[in-house]
Design a protein around this ligand. Structure first.
Ligand code: PMT
Length: 220
């Protein structure tokens, strides 16, 4: 593996959970810590890439990585779209909310008798939009699944016009959210897949970046 294999490449990585406001003190979020995306960003910078990391996570910034804060799915959408035209590679490891509250209350919602219903509406699908507008960018999506991994991952690859989908079965011990390890399968457009065993998120990041570089060489 040559040092600096991503020299001259501009990469956008997204990491961690989004927070969708309900009122000034409450929000919906999920269990993503940002570790997977931060590992990718850090390893890409080590390989010489210029890396923008769009995230709401407060993990320490890896060396040589520029953090662009984005709290909500909407913030993340705008930040990614702003920089996408100049990017060579976009890696979407963030766990973006699929729904957000339809109304954000200006004041703390007060307790009331009986149940409460909060109406949700869909957020924009950043990966799908990137896939539709794709020109030269190499596009990598993640898939957090709990069943039918092969089928759902291949479906995401096609529907979102991605070049690679990295699927993790988040029900497996040592895989998915919050820990320092992951178990992933890398799915490619040519229909091939590469199953990786349990390893640190840093090693997953290295393997993924290698696969990206190989695929980009082949496509050229
Ligand atoms: O952050 P960690 O604690 O280290 O955990 C890592 C992880 C489990 C979060 C990560 O490995 C992972 O799987 N990330 C993707 C989680 C996810 O949201 O998957 P999804 O199947 O819901 O989404 C599919 C893809 O579409 C993802 O690339 C996602 O970023 C993207 N998406 C989803 C919704 C949306 N509105 N816009 C998007 O771009």
């Amino acid at each position: 593996r040559s040092k600096g294999m991503l020299k001259g490449k501009r990469i956008i990585v997204t990491a961690g959970a989004t927070k969708e406001k309900i009122d000034p003190i409450r929000y919906f979020t999920n269990r993503s810590s940002g570790k997977m995306g931060f590992a990718i960003a850090g390893e890409a910078a080590k390989e010489g890439a210029e890396v923008l990391l769009v995230t709401n996570s407060s993990l320490p910034a890896p060396d040589g990585v520029t953090i662009l804060p984005a709290e909500t799915a909407e913030d993340m959408y705008h930040e990614v779209m702003k920089h996408a035209p100049e990017a060579d590679i976009i890696i979407k490891s963030a766990a973006v909310a699929d729904y957000k509250p339809k109304y954000i209350y200006g004041h703390k919602m007060k307790k009331q008798d009986g149940d409460l219903v909060i109406e949700l509406e869909r957020t924009k699908d950043i990966l799908k939009d990137l896939g539709e507008k794709k020109e030269h960018q190499f596009l990598v999506g993640f898939a957090a699944e709990t069943e039918n991994i092969d089928q759902y991952a291949m479906k995401k690859l096609q529907q979102k016009n991605a070049d690679i989908i990295v699927a993790n079965n988040v029900t497996q011990e040592g895989a998915g959210f919050a820990g320092d390890t992951n178990i992933v399968t890398i799915y490619k457009r040519d229909g091939s897949k590469k199953e990786l065993s349990l390893m640190s998120k840093r090693m997953v990041a290295k393997e993924l970046l290698n696969e990206i570089v190989q695929s980009m060489k082949r496509d050229r």
